[in-house]
Design a protein around this ligand. Structure first.
Ligand code: PAF
Length: 285
């Protein structure tokens, strides 16, 4: 596996692959990789070549967020990518990606405004901008994103459609720890007690599933029970617990296969997200 830091190096390699007619699968990440990222890389192996990018994108973090403390372990990340059969790792520096006072952004209304967009108003502009830049550099045939960031996935699919980007977007299932906690690089921030409390996200989703299975049809009742359950843990502070339509990310009062329960909760200072799509609720153990 080759590790490169510059856009021109990536372009040289990609051009050779494209000339040889090889298909390219792309997994964009911010590093500190875990089994969730691993599942994306494994799925991307359905292409002839797999590129992983590791770039901690400064413009998707607000000044009060965790950019400076975000965990890093490039050596371990390289070893994981190599062991899973990635062909190229692209790890640009911030200055390679953004010129000083970079004035161009890709932005979207609607889908970006609810849920995480409410509490992180500049976040998705940063995500759309960097993903567009990465797509322009890597020119993938297929790109892979985790369903844990369900809103990000919906936004990227919309952006690709709206801007006629020639790439297929594949969403991959959430990967969980044995006890149900969704894998996240930010789990590494949690103390032992917080790690235990963090299970409230998963348990609140199980609660929603069980209520529906027992015939509850009122989403407001379900949401309010989920919130009570989470709030009962003293280490938690709720950002949002909502039921939305998975395609529009707008709040819904209807239970159907597109209903998505989406949660963001602070466990101490760590903000974690998780979600459950009704059509996949049987897959939760
Ligand atoms: O999901 C992430 O890790 C990031 O938001 C992404 C898509 C790599 C863009 O920086």
């Amino acid at each position: 596996m080759k590790v490169v830091k510059t856009i021109s190096e990536v372009r040289n390699i990609i051009n050779q692959w494209k000339t040889s007619g090889l298909s390219i699968g792309f997994v964009p990440t911010m590093g500190y990789l875990h089994e969730g990222h691993g599942s994306l890389i494994t799925q991307a192996k359905e292409n002839d070549k797999v590129i992983v990018s590791i770039f901690l994108n400064p413009i998707q973090f607000a000044p009060n967020e965790d950019l400076s403390s975000y965990p890093k372990d490039l050596k371990k990340d390289c070893a994981l990518c190599e062991s899973l059969g990635a062909d190229l790792l692209f790890c640009p520096s911030p200055s390679e990606m953004y010129a000083k006072d970079f004035p161009t952004y890709v932005d979207m209304s609607g889908l970006t405004e609810n849920l995480c967009g409410n509490s992180r108003p500049t976040h998705f502009r940063g995500v759309c901008t960097v993903v567009t830049k990465l797509f322009n550099i890597v020119k993938p045939d297929v790109a892979y994103f985790g369903q844990k960031d369900a809103q990000q996935l919906a936004i990227i699919k919309q952006m690709v459609t709206d801007l006629n980007m020639d790439v297929q977007i594949i969403g991959c299932p959430i990967v969980r720890e044995d006890d149900g906690l969704a894998k996240s690089s930010r789990n590494s921030y949690l103390s032992k007690e917080e790690r235990q409390s963090a299970l409230v996200l998963y348990h609140a989703l199980l609660l929603a599933r069980n209520l529906i299975k027992h015939g509850e049809t009122n989403l407001s009742h379900i949401i309010s029970k989920m919130k009570d359950y989470i709030a009962a843990d003293p280490l938690t502070s709720i950002d949002y617990v909502d039921a939305v339509n998975a395609l529009t990310m707008q709040n819904t009062h209807t239970i159907d296969s597109n209903t998505l329960f989406a949660i963001a909760v602070y466990i101490g200072k760590t903000r974690l997200i998780d979600n459950l799509l009704i059509s996949e609720m049987e897959e939760l153990s």
